[in-house]
Ligand binder design. Structure first.
Ligand code: N2P
Length: 378
C-alpha cells in the first residue's frame, strides 16, 4: 500500500514536472517566447540593394487604396531604379474615379477594381499596357486574366483579389454566423461596423433583401435602401481602413469587411474569424492600370513589372494580407500555408456563391444617391 502510494506520489510529481516543462518550453524544447518569435519571423523576400541607384530625377505617381502596399517595397523600387515614387491613397473606387474623371490630376499607376476598370475602359480613361515591358506578367495565374471587365487582357494587371464577408469576434458572437442576417440583429446594436463604400454596402443590402447584387431594378434598390435605413441605429460606424484597428481592439462584435482585412485582423487577434455568408457575396479583383493621361508610361510599366516580381509580390503579400494572383510569389511565400487559408483561398463552394460587380452605366447614380442619403442622415 505504502509503495503504491509512494509510486503514485512519484507519478504525480512526474506529471507536474512534465507539465511545467511543457509550459516553459512550448513542448519542443525551446522556451515558449522564443518559439513564438520564431514563428513570426520570415526571411525577407527582397532586400534593399547594397549600392542603391542614384536618384535620376525621374518620378512616377501611384494612386492606390489605403493600407495596400508595404512601404519597404516602394523603398526597394526607388533604390533599384533611381525613380522616385509619389504615392497617394484613396478609400473607395468611387473616390478614385471622381478624381481621375474630373481631370486636373495625373497619375501613372492606379489600382481600380473590376467594375471600375470596366467603366474606365469604356470612358477611355485607361491606356493599354505594353506587355513587352512587363515580362513578369508570366507570374500571374491565367485564372485571373481575361476577366469579364477586361476580356482581351489589355488594360489591367492583376494585383490582389478577395471576397466580402463578416469579420466577427468569437468571444461575443458565440454561435458562428452563417448569414448576413446578423447585421440586422438587435443583439448587436451599436456593436457592428459597416463599410463606408457605396457600391459594396448597397450590394450586400441587396443580397440581404433577396436580390441580385448587380440589380438595377428600382424596387430592389428601394428594398436595399430601406434595409440600410432600418439597420442604421445598429451601426456603430461606417468605416473603411479603420475597421482593422477597431476590430482588433474589440470595439465591436461584427463588421462587414474585405477578406484581406480579415486575414490581417486574424493574424493579429486569435478571437476574430471570417465567414462568407450562405446567401452569397461579392468577389473582387483589384488590378494595376495606367491612366490615359499618365506622364511617365515607361516608369509606370517598370513599377508594374516590379510589383509582379515573385520576391516583391511575396513580400507585399506578407504585409498587405490580400490574396494574390501571382503563382510564383505564392510558391515563394509558401504555397502550403497560403492554400490552407480558407479566407484567401476559399473553397469552390464559397466561390460559387460570389459574383463580380458589373459596371451599371447610368444606373450607378442610383447607388450613389442611396448611399448619400444613408450617410448624410446621421
Ligand atoms: C485595402 C482596400 C482593399 C480594396 N485597404 C478592396 N477592393
Amino acid at each position: 500500500m505504502k509503495t503504491i502510494l509512494k509510486k503514485k506520489g512519484f507519478l504525480v510529481t512526474l506529471v507536474i514536472v512534465l507539465a511545467l516543462f511543457c509550459l516553459a518550453f512550448g513542448g519542443n524544447g525551446e522556451p515558449a517566447d522564443e518559439a513564438e518569435e520564431e514563428e513570426e519571423e520570415r526571411a525577407p523576400f527582397a532586400v534593399m540593394p547594397v549600392n542603391p541607384a542614384p536618384m535620376t530625377g525621374e518620378t512616377i505617381s501611384v494612386y492606390n487604396w489605403g493600407d495596400y502596399i508595404d512601404s519597404e517595397v516602394i523603398d526597394i523600387f526607388e533604390a533599384e531604379t533611381g525613380i522616385r515614387v509619389i504615392y497617394e491613397t484613396f478609400e473607395t473606387n468611387e473616390d478614385m474615379y471622381a478624381k481621375i474623371a474630373k481631370g486636373g490630376s495625373s497619375y501613372d499607376v492606379i489600382v481600380p477594381s473590376d467594375y471600375m476598370i470596366e467603366r474606365m475602359i469604356q470612358e477611355e480613361l485607361l491606356q493599354p499596357v505594353n506587355w513587352n515591358n512587363v515580362p513578369n506578367v508570366k507570374n500571374i495565374d491565367p485564372r485571373f486574366t481575361h476577366e469579364s471587365y477586361d476580356p482581351e487582357f489589355k488594360y489591367s494587371v492583376p494585383y490582389t483579389w478577395g471576397t466580402m464577408g463578416l469579420l466577427y469576434n468569437t468571444e461575443t458572437v458565440l454561435e458562428a454566423p452563417d448569414s448576413w442576417d446578423i447585421l440586422l440583429d438587435e443583439e448587436y446594436k451599436m456593436d457592428m461596423f459597416m463599410l463606408n463604400a457605396p457600391r459594396d454596402t448597397t450590394a450586400i443590402a441587396l443580397v440581404m433583401s433577396g436580390h441580385d447584387l448587380n440589380s438595377i431594378n428600382h424596387d430592389d434598390l428601394a428594398d436595399a435602401k430601406n434595409l440600410l435605413i432600418r439597420q442604421k441605429p445598429l451601426v456603430l460606424a461606417y468605416v473603411v481602413d479603420e475597421v482593422k484597428d477597431k476590430m482588433i481592439a474589440g470595439e465591436a462584435s461584427v463588421a462587414l469587411v474585405w477578406s484581406g482585412d480579415a486575414t490581417f485582423c486574424m493574424s493579429e487577434s486569435d478571437t476574430l474569424n471570417y465567414v462568407v455568408p450562405k446567401e452569397g457575396s461579392n468577389i473582387f479583383y483589384d488590378s494595376m492600370c495606367i491612366p490615359h493621361n499618365a506622364r511617365n508610361v515607361s516608369g509606370a510599366e517598370k513599377f508594374i513589372d516590379f510589383m509582379c516580381r515573385a520576391d516583391i509580390a511575396a513580400m507585399n503579400y506578407e504585409y498587405v494580407g490580400y490574396a494574390i494572383p501571382n503563382t510564383a510569389a505564392i510558391e515563394l511565400w509558401g504555397a502550403e500555408e497560403y492554400n490552407a487559408s480558407p479566407v484567401n483561398n476559399p473553397p469552390q463552394e464559397t466561390l460559387n456563391k460570389c459574383q463580380v460587380f458589373k459596371y451599371l452605366g447610368e444606373n450607378t447614380k442610383l447607388y450613389d444617391t442611396i448611399w448619400t442619403e444613408i450617410i448624410s442622415e446621421f
